[in-house]
Design a protein around this ligand. Structure first.
Ligand code: SER
Length: 339
Protein backbone atom coordinates (compact mmCIF):
# COMPACT_ATOMS: atom_id res chain seq x y z
CA UNK A 1 0.00 0.00 0.00
CA UNK A 2 1.20 3.51 -0.79
CA UNK A 3 2.16 5.63 2.20
CA UNK A 4 0.30 8.91 2.83
CA UNK A 5 2.73 11.80 2.95
CA UNK A 6 3.54 15.32 1.94
CA UNK A 7 6.48 16.01 -0.36
CA UNK A 8 8.95 18.87 -0.02
CA UNK A 9 11.48 19.39 -2.83
CA UNK A 10 14.50 21.60 -2.24
CA UNK A 11 14.05 20.50 1.36
CA UNK A 12 17.55 21.45 2.44
CA UNK A 13 17.29 25.00 1.06
CA UNK A 14 16.64 27.98 3.31
CA UNK A 15 12.89 27.84 2.87
CA UNK A 16 12.78 24.06 2.99
CA UNK A 17 14.50 24.01 6.36
CA UNK A 18 12.04 26.54 7.76
CA UNK A 19 9.05 24.72 6.30
CA UNK A 20 10.09 21.28 7.59
CA UNK A 21 10.46 22.76 11.06
CA UNK A 22 6.98 24.32 10.90
CA UNK A 23 5.21 21.31 9.38
CA UNK A 24 6.84 18.92 11.81
CA UNK A 25 5.02 20.74 14.61
CA UNK A 26 1.65 19.85 13.06
CA UNK A 27 0.26 16.48 14.09
CA UNK A 28 0.16 13.48 11.79
CA UNK A 29 2.29 14.89 9.02
CA UNK A 30 4.49 12.39 7.26
CA UNK A 31 7.22 14.46 5.62
CA UNK A 32 9.14 13.14 2.62
CA UNK A 33 12.08 15.48 2.06
CA UNK A 34 13.82 15.51 -1.31
CA UNK A 35 17.01 17.41 -2.04
CA UNK A 36 20.23 17.10 -4.04
CA UNK A 37 22.11 17.22 -0.75
CA UNK A 38 21.61 15.51 2.61
CA UNK A 39 19.47 17.46 5.06
CA UNK A 40 21.26 19.68 7.53
CA UNK A 41 21.81 17.95 10.89
CA UNK A 42 19.53 20.48 12.57
CA UNK A 43 16.47 19.27 10.61
CA UNK A 44 17.22 15.72 9.47
CA UNK A 45 15.35 14.19 12.42
CA UNK A 46 12.24 16.23 11.55
CA UNK A 47 11.64 14.53 8.19
CA UNK A 48 10.09 11.07 8.20
CA UNK A 49 11.94 10.12 5.05
CA UNK A 50 14.88 11.75 3.37
CA UNK A 51 15.59 11.21 -0.31
CA UNK A 52 18.72 12.47 -2.01
CA UNK A 53 18.08 12.96 -5.69
CA UNK A 54 17.40 15.21 -8.64
CA UNK A 55 13.93 16.41 -9.64
CA UNK A 56 14.98 15.93 -13.28
CA UNK A 57 15.37 12.18 -12.69
CA UNK A 58 12.24 10.59 -14.20
CA UNK A 59 12.99 7.30 -12.46
CA UNK A 60 12.90 9.05 -9.11
CA UNK A 61 9.59 10.77 -9.95
CA UNK A 62 8.09 7.40 -10.89
CA UNK A 63 9.41 5.87 -7.69
CA UNK A 64 7.76 8.66 -5.67
CA UNK A 65 4.51 8.10 -7.52
CA UNK A 66 4.62 4.38 -6.87
CA UNK A 67 5.51 4.51 -3.20
CA UNK A 68 3.55 7.46 -1.81
CA UNK A 69 0.17 9.05 -1.77
CA UNK A 70 0.89 12.77 -1.55
CA UNK A 71 -1.95 15.07 -0.56
CA UNK A 72 0.34 18.11 -0.69
CA UNK A 73 3.49 18.95 -2.63
CA UNK A 74 5.70 21.90 -1.71
CA UNK A 75 7.93 22.32 -4.72
CA UNK A 76 10.73 24.57 -3.48
CA UNK A 77 13.73 23.32 -5.49
CA UNK A 78 15.17 25.98 -7.81
CA UNK A 79 18.32 27.77 -8.88
CA UNK A 80 18.15 31.37 -7.62
CA UNK A 81 18.52 34.43 -9.78
CA UNK A 82 22.25 35.21 -9.82
CA UNK A 83 23.16 31.56 -10.34
CA UNK A 84 20.54 31.34 -13.07
CA UNK A 85 22.13 34.26 -14.92
CA UNK A 86 25.46 32.42 -14.94
CA UNK A 87 23.96 29.10 -16.06
CA UNK A 88 20.73 30.02 -17.86
CA UNK A 89 20.34 26.68 -19.58
CA UNK A 90 20.78 24.70 -16.37
CA UNK A 91 18.42 27.10 -14.59
CA UNK A 92 15.77 26.56 -17.23
CA UNK A 93 16.18 22.79 -16.97
CA UNK A 94 15.78 22.79 -13.19
CA UNK A 95 13.35 25.65 -12.70
CA UNK A 96 11.02 24.80 -15.57
CA UNK A 97 11.73 21.14 -16.37
CA UNK A 98 11.76 20.22 -12.69
CA UNK A 99 8.48 22.03 -12.07
CA UNK A 100 6.90 20.26 -15.04
CA UNK A 101 7.95 16.91 -13.55
CA UNK A 102 6.42 17.79 -10.18
CA UNK A 103 3.20 19.06 -11.78
CA UNK A 104 2.91 15.79 -13.71
CA UNK A 105 3.47 13.87 -10.49
CA UNK A 106 0.69 15.91 -8.86
CA UNK A 107 -1.70 15.14 -11.72
CA UNK A 108 -0.91 11.41 -11.55
CA UNK A 109 -1.46 11.49 -7.82
CA UNK A 110 -4.69 13.47 -8.14
CA UNK A 111 -6.02 10.99 -10.69
CA UNK A 112 -5.25 7.93 -8.61
CA UNK A 113 -6.59 9.51 -5.42
CA UNK A 114 -9.68 11.02 -7.10
CA UNK A 115 -8.88 14.20 -5.23
CA UNK A 116 -7.11 17.50 -5.82
CA UNK A 117 -3.47 17.45 -4.73
CA UNK A 118 -2.43 20.74 -3.16
CA UNK A 119 0.63 22.17 -4.85
CA UNK A 120 2.69 25.05 -3.46
CA UNK A 121 5.03 26.95 -5.77
CA UNK A 122 7.26 29.78 -4.50
CA UNK A 123 7.37 32.53 -7.09
CA UNK A 124 9.23 35.80 -6.81
CA UNK A 125 9.34 39.55 -7.30
CA UNK A 126 11.69 38.61 -10.18
CA UNK A 127 8.60 38.00 -12.38
CA UNK A 128 8.24 41.78 -12.53
CA UNK A 129 10.47 43.74 -14.84
CA UNK A 130 11.08 47.42 -15.34
CA UNK A 131 12.98 48.74 -18.30
CA UNK A 132 15.24 50.62 -15.91
CA UNK A 133 15.49 52.76 -12.80
CA UNK A 134 13.33 55.56 -14.14
CA UNK A 135 10.36 53.25 -14.61
CA UNK A 136 11.06 51.52 -11.27
CA UNK A 137 11.11 54.81 -9.41
CA UNK A 138 7.94 56.08 -11.04
CA UNK A 139 5.92 52.94 -10.14
CA UNK A 140 4.19 52.74 -6.76
CA UNK A 141 3.72 49.44 -4.89
CA UNK A 142 2.84 47.15 -7.75
CA UNK A 143 -0.08 44.77 -8.05
CA UNK A 144 0.01 41.18 -9.24
CA UNK A 145 -1.12 41.78 -12.81
CA UNK A 146 1.15 44.66 -13.76
CA UNK A 147 4.72 44.90 -15.07
CA UNK A 148 5.13 41.17 -15.65
CA UNK A 149 8.04 41.59 -18.05
CA UNK A 150 10.89 39.68 -16.40
CA UNK A 151 14.41 40.55 -17.50
CA UNK A 152 16.17 37.60 -15.84
CA UNK A 153 16.18 33.88 -16.61
CA UNK A 154 14.95 33.19 -13.06
CA UNK A 155 12.08 35.67 -13.46
CA UNK A 156 11.12 34.16 -16.83
CA UNK A 157 11.18 30.66 -15.31
CA UNK A 158 9.03 31.66 -12.33
CA UNK A 159 6.44 33.54 -14.39
CA UNK A 160 6.14 30.69 -16.88
CA UNK A 161 5.73 28.13 -14.07
CA UNK A 162 2.94 30.23 -12.55
CA UNK A 163 1.20 29.94 -15.92
CA UNK A 164 1.91 26.20 -16.04
CA UNK A 165 0.26 25.88 -12.62
CA UNK A 166 -2.85 27.55 -14.01
CA UNK A 167 -2.74 25.44 -17.13
CA UNK A 168 -2.48 22.19 -15.18
CA UNK A 169 -5.28 23.26 -12.87
CA UNK A 170 -7.66 24.16 -15.66
CA UNK A 171 -6.86 21.47 -18.19
CA UNK A 172 -7.03 18.46 -15.94
CA UNK A 173 -10.49 18.50 -14.46
CA UNK A 174 -12.27 15.46 -13.16
CA UNK A 175 -14.86 14.14 -15.62
CA UNK A 176 -18.33 15.40 -14.83
CA UNK A 177 -16.78 17.54 -12.12
CA UNK A 178 -18.29 20.62 -10.57
CA UNK A 179 -16.38 23.90 -10.43
CA UNK A 180 -13.24 23.60 -8.28
CA UNK A 181 -12.98 19.84 -8.90
CA UNK A 182 -9.54 19.70 -10.36
CA UNK A 183 -6.74 17.20 -9.90
CA UNK A 184 -4.46 19.89 -8.67
CA UNK A 185 -4.98 22.88 -6.37
CA UNK A 186 -2.08 25.14 -7.32
CA UNK A 187 -1.22 28.02 -4.99
CA UNK A 188 1.70 30.38 -5.28
CA UNK A 189 3.28 33.34 -3.53
CA UNK A 190 5.56 35.94 -5.12
CA UNK A 191 8.09 36.34 -2.34
CA UNK A 192 10.19 39.42 -1.73
CA UNK A 193 13.74 38.97 -0.44
CA UNK A 194 13.77 36.82 2.70
CA UNK A 195 15.97 37.25 5.78
CA UNK A 196 16.62 34.24 7.99
CA UNK A 197 18.58 34.24 11.25
CA UNK A 198 19.65 30.64 10.68
CA UNK A 199 20.78 30.46 7.07
CA UNK A 200 22.21 32.63 4.30
CA UNK A 201 20.86 32.24 0.75
CA UNK A 202 23.12 31.02 -2.04
CA UNK A 203 23.02 32.38 -5.56
CA UNK A 204 20.24 34.93 -5.14
CA UNK A 205 20.38 38.65 -5.85
CA UNK A 206 18.48 39.97 -2.84
CA UNK A 207 21.24 38.26 -0.81
CA UNK A 208 22.97 41.57 0.01
CA UNK A 209 20.61 42.18 2.93
CA UNK A 210 21.00 38.81 4.73
CA UNK A 211 24.72 38.73 3.86
CA UNK A 212 25.25 42.22 5.34
CA UNK A 213 23.50 41.26 8.56
CA UNK A 214 25.21 37.89 9.04
CA UNK A 215 28.64 39.36 8.26
CA UNK A 216 28.11 42.10 10.87
CA UNK A 217 26.99 39.55 13.48
CA UNK A 218 30.07 37.43 12.74
CA UNK A 219 32.34 40.49 12.98
CA UNK A 220 33.40 40.19 9.33
CA UNK A 221 33.68 43.12 6.90
CA UNK A 222 31.13 43.21 4.07
CA UNK A 223 31.01 44.87 0.67
CA UNK A 224 27.44 45.33 -0.51
CA UNK A 225 27.14 44.57 -4.25
CA UNK A 226 24.36 47.09 -4.96
CA UNK A 227 24.16 50.88 -4.55
CA UNK A 228 23.10 52.57 -1.29
CA UNK A 229 19.77 53.73 -2.75
CA UNK A 230 18.72 50.26 -3.97
CA UNK A 231 15.30 49.36 -2.65
CA UNK A 232 13.47 46.02 -2.64
CA UNK A 233 10.72 44.53 -0.46
CA UNK A 234 11.79 42.03 2.21
CA UNK A 235 10.38 39.90 5.01
CA UNK A 236 11.63 37.57 7.72
CA UNK A 237 11.76 33.80 7.22
CA UNK A 238 9.21 33.02 9.97
CA UNK A 239 6.71 35.29 8.21
CA UNK A 240 7.49 33.66 4.85
CA UNK A 241 6.88 30.20 6.32
CA UNK A 242 3.68 31.17 8.08
CA UNK A 243 2.45 32.74 4.82
CA UNK A 244 2.92 29.39 3.07
CA UNK A 245 1.03 27.42 5.72
CA UNK A 246 -1.74 30.04 5.95
CA UNK A 247 -2.26 30.13 2.20
CA UNK A 248 -2.23 26.33 1.96
CA UNK A 249 -4.77 26.03 4.80
CA UNK A 250 -7.13 28.66 3.37
CA UNK A 251 -10.50 27.32 2.14
CA UNK A 252 -10.54 27.00 -1.63
CA UNK A 253 -13.61 29.29 -1.90
CA UNK A 254 -11.57 32.17 -0.45
CA UNK A 255 -8.81 31.86 -3.01
CA UNK A 256 -9.61 34.18 -5.90
CA UNK A 257 -6.32 33.82 -7.79
CA UNK A 258 -3.41 31.38 -8.02
CA UNK A 259 -0.60 33.79 -7.21
CA UNK A 260 -0.30 36.48 -4.52
CA UNK A 261 2.18 39.20 -3.59
CA UNK A 262 3.28 39.46 0.02
CA UNK A 263 5.77 41.84 1.65
CA UNK A 264 6.69 43.25 5.07
CA UNK A 265 9.16 46.14 4.76
CA UNK A 266 11.20 47.77 2.02
CA UNK A 267 14.42 49.42 3.20
CA UNK A 268 17.10 50.78 0.91
CA UNK A 269 20.50 49.12 1.25
CA UNK A 270 21.74 52.18 3.16
CA UNK A 271 18.74 52.21 5.49
CA UNK A 272 19.37 48.57 6.29
CA UNK A 273 23.07 49.27 6.84
CA UNK A 274 22.08 51.91 9.41
CA UNK A 275 19.84 49.40 11.21
CA UNK A 276 22.66 46.87 11.29
CA UNK A 277 25.07 49.49 12.65
CA UNK A 278 22.62 50.32 15.45
CA UNK A 279 23.07 46.75 16.75
CA UNK A 280 26.64 46.08 15.61
CA UNK A 281 28.34 49.50 15.79
CA UNK A 282 31.74 48.12 14.80
CA UNK A 283 30.49 46.52 11.60
CA UNK A 284 32.49 47.43 8.51
CA UNK A 285 29.98 47.68 5.68
CA UNK A 286 31.01 49.25 2.39
CA UNK A 287 29.59 49.30 -1.12
CA UNK A 288 31.19 47.78 -4.22
CA UNK A 289 28.65 47.54 -6.99
CA UNK A 290 28.48 44.52 -9.29
CA UNK A 291 26.91 45.89 -12.46
CA UNK A 292 25.03 42.75 -13.49
CA UNK A 293 23.42 42.26 -10.09
CA UNK A 294 22.59 45.96 -9.85
CA UNK A 295 20.78 45.78 -13.19
CA UNK A 296 18.78 42.83 -11.93
CA UNK A 297 17.55 44.58 -8.79
CA UNK A 298 16.95 47.80 -10.74
CA UNK A 299 14.45 45.80 -12.82
CA UNK A 300 12.62 44.52 -9.70
CA UNK A 301 9.99 46.54 -7.81
CA UNK A 302 10.92 48.75 -4.86
CA UNK A 303 7.73 47.47 -3.24
CA UNK A 304 4.66 45.38 -4.00
CA UNK A 305 0.98 45.64 -3.13
CA UNK A 306 -0.21 42.72 -1.00
CA UNK A 307 -3.87 43.68 -0.59
CA UNK A 308 -5.17 40.58 -2.37
CA UNK A 309 -3.40 38.28 0.10
CA UNK A 310 -4.73 40.38 3.00
CA UNK A 311 -8.25 40.18 1.65
CA UNK A 312 -8.39 36.52 0.59
CA UNK A 313 -6.46 34.75 3.36
CA UNK A 314 -5.83 37.40 6.02
CA UNK A 315 -2.14 37.74 5.27
CA UNK A 316 -0.44 39.81 7.94
CA UNK A 317 3.26 39.69 8.76
CA UNK A 318 4.21 39.54 12.45
CA UNK A 319 7.50 41.36 11.86
CA UNK A 320 8.16 44.82 10.56
CA UNK A 321 11.80 45.86 10.21
CA UNK A 322 12.08 46.97 13.86
CA UNK A 323 10.44 43.95 15.44
CA UNK A 324 12.13 41.62 12.96
CA UNK A 325 15.53 42.91 14.08
CA UNK A 326 14.71 43.24 17.80
CA UNK A 327 12.69 40.11 18.43
CA UNK A 328 14.06 37.63 15.93
CA UNK A 329 17.15 38.36 13.87
CA UNK A 330 19.53 40.04 16.30
CA UNK A 331 18.89 37.79 19.35
CA UNK A 332 19.27 34.64 17.23
CA UNK A 333 22.40 35.91 15.49
CA UNK A 334 24.03 37.00 18.75
CA UNK A 335 23.46 33.52 20.09
CA UNK A 336 24.64 31.77 16.93
CA UNK A 337 27.87 33.76 16.53
CA UNK A 338 28.67 34.47 20.19
CA UNK A 339 32.00 32.70 20.03
N1 SER B 1 15.46 36.20 -3.55
C1 SER B 1 15.48 35.73 -4.90
C2 SER B 1 16.79 35.95 -5.53
O1 SER B 1 17.43 36.88 -5.16
C3 SER B 1 14.46 36.44 -5.72
O2 SER B 1 13.24 35.83 -5.51
O3 SER B 1 17.15 35.22 -6.41
Amino acid sequence: MRKSAILITGANGEMGQGLITALHKQNNVNIVALDLNPLDDSISMLANEELIGNILDQGLIEQLNGEYEFDTIYHLAALLSTRAEFSPRAAHDVNVGGTLNLLNLAIEQGRSQGNAVKFFFPSSIAVYGFSGLEEKNSASAIKEDSYRNPTTMYGCNKLYCEHLGNYYTNNYQRLGAEKHQHYIDFRSIRFPGIISSKTIPTGGTSDYIPEMLHAAAKGEPYKCFVREDTQLPFMTMPDAISAITTLMDAPVENISRTVYNIRSFAPTAEEFRQRVLAFFPNAEIGFEVTEKRQQMVDSWPADTDDNMAKKDWNWKPTHNLDSGMNDYLVPDLQLMYKN
